[in-house]
Write a protein that binds this ligand. Structure first.
Ligand code: ADP
Ligand code: MG
Length: 219
């Protein structure tokens, strides 16, 4: 199996981010519908704007380090999107970029370490824990899957597959939760029966990353 040999270089991260931007484009109405059920209904357009900015910047740039790709994504969320979710997604990607440093090829332990640090920052800044019906409900199981696969010495491709599956389960787990964070907290029990928009975005982005890595592995 060549699977365990896969490492993610700057080009891979560029393709992964472009795939994530394309995936949220497809899901824009669904994401806004989820946000509208409990919030102001702008989430789809917000993430499309942030990742669309990253996609156009990355398409226009030459070879980049993995950290530089994620810094571009962070700028999209921090400068182009704004709001509570923009600041939180921005911190996630900025902390991950810092953790990558000048590493040229990311392996499973490096991905696990970066994601863990990023998720901890989101929880601290957002004052959120799992169960609050936010993006954290997808991010925390994703980071746990990253650490488990890295400890089991699986490759980064398998790691991304596990990260995506855990994020999706986490997003689905928010369906039965009342909202207690962000604007959605005013909706309270009205939120029960509808998945959290930010958690769903996390699942969509990580699924796009896993699919891109799987394609790359099949080359
Ligand atoms: P806004 O709430 O500013 O309109 P968005 O609609 O783009 O921003 O994003 C809403 C999403 O942000 C929610 O679905 C939730 O996942 C996430 N979110 C909001 N507040 C917090 C928080 N304090 N901690 C973690 N995630 C949060
Ligand atoms: Mg909103």
């Amino acid at each position: 199996m060549t699977h365990t040999a896969l490492l993610l270089d700057g080009r891979d991260w560029k393709h992964m981010i472009i795939a994530a931007a394309d995936a949220v484009d497809e899901a824009v109405n669904e994401l806004s519908r989820l946000d509208a059920a409990v919030g102001d209904g702008d989430h789809g357009v917000n993430v499309v704007t942030a990742l669309g900015y990253a996609r156009s910047e990355l398409c226009a740039s030459g070879d980049l380090l993995p950290a530089d790709v994620l810094k571009t994504v962070a700028r999209g969320f921090l400068d182009e999107m704004g709001g509570a979710a923009g600041a939180l997604f921005g911190s996630l990607f900025r902390v991950m970029a810092r953790s990558f440093g000048d590493t040229e090829q990311i392996d499973a332990p490096q991905l696990a370490e970066a994601l863990t640090g990023g998720v901890e920052t989101v929880m601290r800044r957002g004052q959120t824990i799992p169960g609050d019906k936010t993006m954290v409900d997808a991010l925390v199981p994703a980071a746990a899957a990253a650490n488990e696969t890295a400890e089991a010495q699986l490759g980064v491709g398998e790691s991304l597959t596990a990260i995506a599956a855990s994020a999706r389960l986490g997003a689905e787990s928010t369906i039965s939760m009342p909202a207690s964070r962000g604007r959605a907290k005013y909706a309270g029990d009205k939120a029960i029966g509808v998945a959290d928009a930010g958690a769903t975005t996390v699942a969509i982005v990580f699924e796009a990353w896993a699919a891109t890595a799987a394609e790359r592995n099949g080359e």
